[in-house]
Design a binder for this molecule. Structure first.
Ligand SMILES: *Cc1c(COP(=O)(O)O)cnc(C)c1O
Length: 363
């Protein structure tokens, strides 16, 4: 076995080793078919089993029943920025967006091209270092829906409460914290995630929506962009990203074997605590970007006193087997992405490295 390093990349991101090993084992010949999963029909019995099992496991882990529909689409979370208003923002209505980071901003921009929008909250003035307080949100009178981003991948902030937006459907981009913690997902009418952070490889986007919402979709929109068409055909309207769905299914099985989301959440909190403690104990040698109450358990962002030192940090960490720590260009500094598949030892190793680096470089 070749040596694997600790991969803190924001996405595509680290995957569980047992999943990769299982995929390797089944790669040339998938279960007596004489072919790999990449070569068989998406309408075959074998692939039908894969996709049905992936949907069922997802709903089970999410704690949702079959009044929700799981879709496996393509185009990334970014296509959802457009598909949501295309399906759910009719003329004469307004869609509310809460802008807590770059992806939230992009979602708003796409919706604004297709209809009326209202910014119900924004943290731009704090450089997205926080999540709005309940009292800082102001919704429009009767929004078509309210959209938020549960975890801000670039800035390292995460919603710790679910806002009450009355009878308006609540929609969320959960790309970077889906299935990482126990939250009441039934409060959301629709949520979505590009798989490459917490669910599997790039190439598939999971969209989960209340079946009752499908009735609101106009019949005269383009098929490939209609949730209804995808739901009616069980995500097989066109050829889906078969291999990515297969790996996602293995990730769902791995999550269940971990003990489900309750166990995973506890571990994620312990992992994040290791690194935040290293930040807080450093007496401002490391400066966290996110307001403490809003700190993400998935993406941890911090700065050092100057860019030269940050560069040194990233280089030395790489030499010690930790990669992907350079922050996003819009925030700078360091970002450690520690999704479900990052083991506790990875976070301990990073925290330990941080403490030593601080000792050696503190003036
Ligand atoms: C990564 C990310 C996206 C973009 O996803 P793509 O699949 O590349 O389109 C959108 N939103 C959030 C919160 C993300 O973390």
């Amino acid at each position: 076995m070749v040596h694997r390093i600790y991969n803190f990349n924001p996405g595509p991101a680290t995957l569980p080793l047992p999943v990769l090993e299982k995929a390797r084992e089944e790669l040339p010949v998938y279960r007596g078919t004489g072919m790999s999963i990449m070569e068989i029909s998406h309408r075959s019995k074998e692939f039908t089993e894969v996709i049905t099992s992936a949907e069922a496991s997802f709903l089970e882990l999410a704690g949702l029943k079959d009044d929700y529909q799981v879709l496996f689409l393509q185009g990334g979370a970014s296509l959802q920025f457009m598909m949501i208003p295309y399906n759910f923002l009719p003329p004469g209505k307004t869609a509310d967006y809460i802008v807590t980071g770059s992806f939230a901003e992009k979602a708003l921009q796409e919706a604004s091209r297709l209809g009326e929008t209202h910014t119900a909250g924004s943290t731009k003035s704090t450089r997205h270092s926080s999540i709005p307080l309940r009292k800082e949100l102001s919704f429009s009178p009767d929004p078509a829906y309210v959209h938020l981003t549960t975890n801000n991948t670039i800035y390292g902030t995460q919603w710790k409460y679910i806002p009450d937006c009355g009878s308006a459907p609540l929609l969320a981009d959960m790309s970077s914290d889906i299935l990482s913690r126990q939250i009441d997902l039934s409060k959301f009418s629709l949520f979505y995630a590009g798989a490459q952070k917490n669910l599997g490889p790039a190439g598939v986007t999971v969209v989960v929506l209340r079946k009752s919402l499908l009735k609101k979709i106009p019949n005269n929109i383009c098929n490939i962009l209609s949730y209804k068409i995808h739901a009616d055909s069980g995500s097989l309207y066109n050829t889906p990203s078969c291999f990515s769905i297969y790996i996602l299914k293995l990730v769902m099985e791995w999550l269940k074997a971990q003990g489900g989301i309750k166990t995973v959440e506890a571990l994620n909190e312990a992992k994040a605590a290791k690194i935040y403690e290293a930040i807080d104990r450093s007496e401002n040698f490391f400066q966290g970007h996110a307001r403490k109450e809003d700190r993400s358990t998935m993406n941890i962002t911090f700065r050092l006193s100057d860019e030269k030192l940050e560069k040194k940090f990233v280089e030395e960490a790489a030499r010690e087997g930790m990669t992907g720590l350079k922050g996003h260009r819009s925030v700078g500094g360091i970002r450690a992405s520690i999704y479900n598949a990052m083991p506790l030892e990875g976070c301990e190793t990073l925290a330990h490295f941080m403490e030593n680096f601080c000792l050696k470089n503190k003036s």
